[in-house]
Design a protein around this ligand. Sequence first.
Ligand code: SAH
Ligand code: SF4
Length: 394
Amino acid sequence: MSSPWDLPAPEAGRAARPNAAGLGRFELGLLMASLGEPSWRGGQLLSGLLRQRWTRWEQFSNLSKSLRARLESDVDLAWPAIVQSQPSADGSTKHVFGLGDGRQVEGVHMPYEDRVTLCLSSQVGCAMGCTFCATGQMGIIRNLTAPEIVGQVVAMLNQHAHPQDRPVSPKQDAEGHRATHGPGGAGATKVPVNLVFMGMGEPLHNFDHLMAAFESLTDEEGLAIPPRRITVSTSGLVSGIDRLGALARRPRLALSLNGTTDEARSRIMPVNRVWNLEALAQALGRFPLQSGERITIEYVLLKGVTDTLEDGRRLAAFARRFPAKVNLIPFNPHEGSGFEPPEEARVGALCRQLSDADLPVSVRRSRGQDVAGACGQLVRDGQRARPRRPKTED
Ligand code: SAH
Ligand code: SF4
């Protein structure tokens, strides 16, 4: 038990038939062994499921016909269902995933010219209770399992796949990873996939399932997403940050700072009452970084609450204590939050203040704002009004 908050993912209510979708290499090996096959065949399953992204057992041409028939009769292959998709005017699409127990989580597909970024959920709801965050207001319902986390990735890649969007061979891929995505067409360039755990939930609060999913997502025989293309955003669980820092293979770290004094931060982020700013700065200072790696400091700008020029000065001082880059996030308003977005001029002024302090800084214009898919607006289970209709269709 690593933390009093480590809620189990549901075991009860699981279907009696195993579901191979999203299982890791080890579990797939066990599944093969249970069918009387050598466990190394788990790797073949992993490759078919994640590298090829086959969705029917009959497609598994790397297995014998008789084994395919046994899988067909004994094992499910069911990725989380996308129950609702809302394209936004900016090209991103918010997807709602239906889980086995009827719960729902959300993810966002964000295509850019040179990459695709998928924003993923790690929990149904969130226990951290940040006052500006819609997900925080719904409380924690449960952790996602590793297959549910991996499933969001595969379901979104499959949903947006072009017929030409096929995994490329390692030779074709200068960066050595295969999870690519692109508009396809002859000679079309495939773009790499980035994953950010910035959807629903506190990922470090679901550490074991998160890292099991990380292993599958980065597995060379699967999607082979490079660890540096996966970012985990935390509200500041120092115990989880230390645990992550101790791993040889790990995703990158982003910290949601969102306040520059203990008084202000504790008011909007209750976790600050457990680990305050000094404890956080020390944890980030001892976090072992690779060469060139920086910790992302996310900072939500709440008008009149976190966006003063004094805040800018303190934010710069905090971020200069270790290799960092700063992401300013103008608040995305949601019903009943009681907070307002900052003035544009203030966003610009803060941005300049940080770059004058020699910090790499960017302003995150949250995508999917018009369909409530932007950071901090992800809330499910009837806790908020239905998002507005999308403005555009794909
Ligand atoms: N729980 C993790 C990751 C999910 S929240 C965390 O807090 O870091 C992802 C990001 O969205 C965080 O930086 C959070 O501060 C930000 N966020 C939450 N609600 C927001 C809102 N209404 N507007 C803008 N950003 C918000
Ligand atoms: Fe949870 Fe992150 Fe929202 Fe805070 S900001 S309530 S940690 S999802």
